[in-house]
Design a protein around this ligand. Structure first.
Ligand SMILES: [Zn+2]
Length: 360
């Protein structure tokens, strides 16, 4: 290797070259130093967790300065009790914030952003995530050692999976309030409600999984009416919701449409099921809606359809909404399904329903 000599700057240039080479070696070796089995790239960890359907354990550590991080490493993370368990059950990600031998600025920035995202307040912190990147617990150093550590992890994972049998049915919600920046706080409140309800809607409709794991909610200044949904895009009328901000039920109705994702829009039944979930699950304590048997028609859908669905659930088949939704979602729905489930056509059932309403 030949260096072009620039007079007296030569030693400096050579030193700089050497330094760069040295730094290169150090960067490489610092990632080799990460304990075996630990991925140092968060994104890669997420991909592998999804692929293998394993939970992630994300370690935020200061490997060369933080005493409890060192003890966590030497007393737990390198012990057989932990490594044997982790090998089969976990995707391990290590995000190191060393004092010396820092990784590239880009990597440091990525890690800082992740520490911020997970609101890391101290080191070491182990964040536990599902394969869908949902946090279900946190751990730290335990003086009881590796076996107790694994046991504690198992308890947290167990609790998380039994508390949410539908775990993995959450969704990412993106808000767009460019048209109404003053409604940011309200939009965030609605987002929280939707987060909570998305998996519940999936469960009420008896589905394994929704078609979408992402939903965008836009507040629209040019929109007439109340709200509308296309695919995983929900649009809310600024005019309506700036006056009726308490009407979260209307947004839940739209969120049901996102979960329904029916390939064919059959208005009465699609709207009936959306309002059924809203009125009988989301707003069970609100005053019960009424139908007027003189005027109500099967094709009305919405509230009339919702009350009809609730009547069917109570009087004909407790799983009827689940069965209807399945056929609609899979695109196999035909009106005959009512006869298959109950022995009567939809029109006959609706007549019977109206008669029962009249009697009350
Ligand atoms: Zn609707």
């Amino acid at each position: 290797m030949a260096y072009i000599v620039y007079g007296r700057f030569m030693p400096f240039l050579i030193m700089k070259k050497l330094l760069i080479t040295l730094l290169g070696i150090l960067t490489v070796s610092s990632s080799i130093l990460a304990a075996e089995g630990w991925i140092t790239d968060y994104t890669q960890g997420v991909e592998e967790a999804k692929k293998s359907n394993k939970n992630m354990m994300v370690l935020f550590t200061g490997s060369d300065w933080c005493i409890w991080c060192k003890r966590l490493h030497s007393e737990i993370l390198v012990k057989d009790e932990f490594t044997n368990f982790a090998k089969d059950n976990l995707i391990l990600v290590e995000l190191d914030f060393p004092a010396k031998n820092k990784p590239s600025q880009e990597v440091q920035d990525q890690r800082k952003a992740l520490a911020q995202k997970y609101e890391i307040r101290g080191y070491p912190t182990l964040v536990l995530l599902t394969p869908e990147e949902k946090e279900f617990g946190r751990m730290g150093y335990m003086k009881e050692g590796a076996e107790a550590f694994v046991q504690h992890y198992k308890e947290l994972a167990q609790k998380a999976s039994s508390a949410k049998p539908q775990s993995g049915n959450g969704c990412e919600i993106t808000l767009n309030y460019k048209d109404a920046p003053e409604m940011e706080g309200w939009m965030k409140a609605m987002k929280a409600i939707c987060h909570e309800w998305y998996p519940q809607i999936i469960s009420i409709l008896g589905m394994e999984k929704a078609s979408y794991q992402n939903v965008t909610i836009t507040i629209d200044a040019g929109m007439n009416g109340v709200a509308g949904t296309g695919g995983n895009q929900i649009f809310l009328s600024k005019d309506y919701f700036s006056k009726h901000g308490t009407d979260a039920g209307a947004i839940i109705h739209e969120l049901v449409h996102v979960v329904q994702a029916y390939p064919k829009y059959i208005p009465w039944i699609t709207e009936a099921i959306a309002d059924y979930v809203r009125l009988y699950h989301f707003e069970p304590n609100a005053p019960r809606p009424q139908v007027n048997p003189e005027h109500a028609k099967l094709q009305d859908g919405y509230k009339t359809g919702a009350i009809f669905m609730a009547w069917l659930v109570e009087n004909k088949d407790k799983d009827i909404v689940i069965k209807l939704n399945k056929a609609l979602h899979e695109g196999t729905y035909q009106d005959e399904i009512f006869k298959e489930i109950t022995g009567k056509t939809a029109d006959e059932l609706f007549e019977e329903f109206l008669t029962s309403v009249q009697k009350n």
